[in-house]
Design a protein around this ligand. Structure first.
Ligand code: NAD
Ligand code: WQD
Length: 341
């Protein structure tokens, strides 16, 4: 059985579904601070069976001890955490407490229970303002520009120390690039309860008419069209990366680093054009100043994951955007029905 912390969240729910589709038993632990219980129903519909669910906090050691004792868990995927960069600047202690504190407590409880296979949701943010493109796993980690990024780097360092202290650990640090998209069914996707600050949620709000224009944060970067370039990856491809990592960790010890990205960079304007093409909706733009802390370019070298995990992203940008749009339209309809009742 796989324990997925943060398993009702955007990425965790897709990982849970993918594990279940592959016949694994899944137990989700989440405190629902940025997700909804209804994700469990949607996973159940898609998987044809219900995952276990524990409502609780990953920092609650007593709870974790009892969960790891009472269920036949043999590996953990640790997705639970806070992820809004702007919020992390305003509330750094909450971010360090949840992200770093949660990881420490989880590792303590796992060691106590004799469970040593762990996959961690890390981020390309740990590379900081890396100038070698594409970024591979041997590029040095940098100086993340915000407490969120720092907390991810700290978690990685905690896990590296833990693995060096005891040879029984098998830990996979998955460095996600920019996950977007939704499950092709339109039933699972990103449903944050807090204010988003990523490109896609804003773009979708403009498409729905909830916002007048999309703010483009800077068009004077040293990139082909002047806007920031990122490696957007479909969340379903990302989920599959976790399955491959869980498998690979059976035969590995210590810490393994894997980039989960496509290897292709797209600018903000590329994303807008592709979205307009798949949705038929024009997106008004407002060019604004650069967002503090943003870097010009960031895309992955996925070669190590291809070789060691046999994993490669399959979906292109238009598919990611079409799936995100389908999910968003379904969400919107559900909200309208709820308001009408
Ligand atoms: P999300 O907010 O949708 O999911 C995180 C889940 O963790 C939520 O369901 C939330 O309720 C839960 N959670 C938060 N604190 C908790 C706690 N103390 N105890 C139990 N549950 C808790 O975010 P996501 O996009 O699915 O991200 C999942 C992980 O991936 C996070 O660790 C995030 O930092 C990392 N990550 C995300 C991205 C991205 O762009 N989405 C990129 C890189 C890394
Ligand atoms: C993408 C591009 C913006 C919003 C962040 C975190 C990173 C990871 C993923 C979790 C940039 C531009 C954005 C908008 C814009 N998260 N943009 N208008 O900054 O690459 O990464 O999310 O780990 O840690 O830092 O993603 O989606 O915010 O921005 O022009 O309204 O879109 O400047 O070039 P980012 P993003």
């Amino acid at each position: 059985m796989i324990l997925i912390t943060g398993g009702t969240g955007y990425i965790g729910a897709h990982v849970a579904l993918e594990c279940m589709v592959r016949g694994e038993e899944v137990l989700i632990l989440d405190n629902l601070c940025n997700s909804q219980r209804s994700a469990i129903d949607r996973i159940s519909v898609l998987a044809g069976k219900r995952p276990g669910f524990i409502f609780g906090d990953v920092r609650n050691r007593r709870l974790l001890d009892s969960v790891l004792r009472d269920y036949p868990i043999d590996a953990v995927v640790h997705c639970a955490g806070l992820k809004a960069v702007g919020e992390s600047v305003r509330e750094p202690l909450r971010y360090y407490n949840t992200n770093v504190g949660g990881s420490v407590v989880l590792c303590q409880a796992m060691a106590q229970a004799g469970i040593f296979r762990l996959v961690f949701s890390s981020s390309a943010t740990v590379y900081g303002d890396c100038t070698c493109m594409p970024i591979n796993e041997s590029c040095a980690t940098g100086q993340p520009t915000n407490p969120y990024g720092m907390s991810k780097l700290m978690c990685e360092n905690v896990m590296k120390s833990v693995a060096s202290s005891d040879p029984r650990w098998s830990i996979g640090l998955l460095r996600y690039f920019n996950p977007i998209g939704a499950h092709a069914s339109g039933l699972l996707g990103e449903a944050p309860t807090s204010t988003p600050n990523n490109l896609l949620p804003y773009l979708l709000q403009v498409a729905l008419g909830e916002r007048r224009a999309l703010a483009v944060f800077g068009n004077d970067y040293p990139t082909p069209d002047g806007t920031g370039v990122r490696d957007y990856i479909h969340v379903e491809d990302l989920a599959l990366g976790h399955i491959r990592a869980l498998d690979a960790l059976r035969d590995r010890r210590g810490v393994s680093l894997w980039n989960l990205g496509t290897g292709r960079g797209y600018s903000v304007l590329d994303v807008v054009k592709a979205f307009e093409k798949v949705s038929g909706i024009p997106i008004p733009l407002n060019v604004e100043a650069r967002r503090p802390g943003d870097i010009a370019c960031c895309w992955a070298d996925p070669q190590k994951s291809i070789e060691e995990l046999g994993w490669q992203a399959r979906h292109g940008l238009e598919k990611m955007l079409a799936d995100a749009w389908r999910w968003q339209c379904n969400q919107h309809k559900r909200d309208e029905v709820r308001k009408a009742n």
